[in-house]
Design a protein around this ligand. Sequence first.
Ligand SMILES: Nc1ncnc2c1ncn2[C@@H]1O[C@H](COP(=O)(O)OP(=O)(O)OP(=O)(O)O)[C@@H](O)[C@H]1O
Ligand SMILES: [Mg+2]
Length: 470
Amino acid sequence: MNATFKNSKVLVIDQNKERAQITQAALENIHYKSVVVTNLEDIPNPGSAKNNYLAVMLGKVSAAPQLESLLKIGRPGASRVPFLMMPDSTDDPTLVNQLDPQRAWSMHSPAESPELASLLERAEKCDRRQSMAKRFTPTGRSKRISRVRELIEQVAPHNSTVLITGESGTGKEVVARSIHENSSRADMPFVPINCGAIPAELLESELFGHEKGSFTGALNSRKGRFEMAEGGTLFLDEIGDMSVTMQVKLLRVLQERCYERVGGTKTRQCNVRVLAATHCCLEEAIEKKEFRLDLFYRLNVFPIEMPPLRKRKMDLPELVTNLMSRQENDGRCSLRLTSDAMRTLGSYAWPGNIRELSNLVERLTIQNSDGMIDTCDLPSKYRNHCVDTTDDELLDENTQVSSETQLPGEGLDLREHLSNVEKKLISQALRASNGTVASAARLLNLGRTTLVEKLRKYDLSGSSVVASKN
Ligand SMILES: Nc1ncnc2c1ncn2[C@@H]1O[C@H](COP(=O)(O)OP(=O)(O)OP(=O)(O)O)[C@@H](O)[C@H]1O
Ligand SMILES: [Mg+2]
């Protein structure tokens, strides 16, 4: 019986013991495990509930310190875990007012399996959406990438067309997916098409579809990418490589939101959000009459420019951690870079940007079994090059660090000073790891337990970052 249970658990809190048992049985019926609490003092580890439960169900509850801590995760912006509220809890305004109204969902009493199943299905959808949105968020703490995240947040909820520019491998597709995942279209398809990789004569049929017999080889009618993306997002990658004839056809869809299949006469309406990307300078292409100015204006409603990696080198450690965990999730070994190796990577110019970094990390995990990667383990290309420090943000940070290593004329309290530096670096590592202690420990080349001890010592354990999943 147990084998059929789902992985996610529901936390049930109800001082009405009899009803709590009914809820537990209703959950078991639809194969959800639960942790049932009838005495509020027994709420297990409230701070980490957002990582451990798919939903929290509140029945009859009265004020208690453990409950107060638990309700913090229900506040607006604190997490995505929904609170399923029985009538007794919805009747208590002091309780309801604390919770994010978007995540406080009412349910009937006593619980019944069909209603629970539909509420938990909704919770799973929110959970999936959150992890997808997280997966496609461009990582990094540099000002440049933080600005990109701000722009994504601003534009995602609207239907505006976005033009994403930047050198090859900087993460343009990651941005496009992030916009989609953070939009109301997230549950609908995200359809990418590389306009540069498809021969000009086939692109029209790829985009708009074709009717049977419309050209030699068109044995059946076929949907185009616009039709596949209906209700969702179409990502036109390498738009700079599109022929001028196709540009005219695309312009019409963007303006009139309708098109015909190749060889078809029926005009089809479409509800598709268009995102486009290019590594070319479209302004230059316009001057050379290779790109239409009117299409450029249509696409460039909201521009986002991806910074090259050489301009955001302070993001390297976080990117490496991120890419290494991706390798670990794919079943490859777990590696760490010595600070010397990280410095060596920091002085390389990264012409291939994050794609090049991602390929290097993959190569290192294939070539090395568990352990540390030092400078000598890096391919020679990354060791033998001139020092390149065009990242002005990194320069700013280095200046700050060097002022911290200057002895002031009046002297200082060395222990206190070193503790402050240690605290600062730990906080930075936690921020860079989105609060994941194990990743932060890796960035600092510390064992996880050692870092946990330091967090306790500096009383950093109460902060939200530390409370999140290890
Ligand atoms: N912030 C990030 N964190 C982790 N990996 C990333 C990040 N940004 C990009 N990547 C990875 O880098 C690679 C290149 O990203 P992407 O395909 O989005 O770049 P691009 O700008 O579209 O490249 P191209 O111009 O070559 O099409 C991908 O493997 C992607 O997963
Ligand atoms: Mg791309």
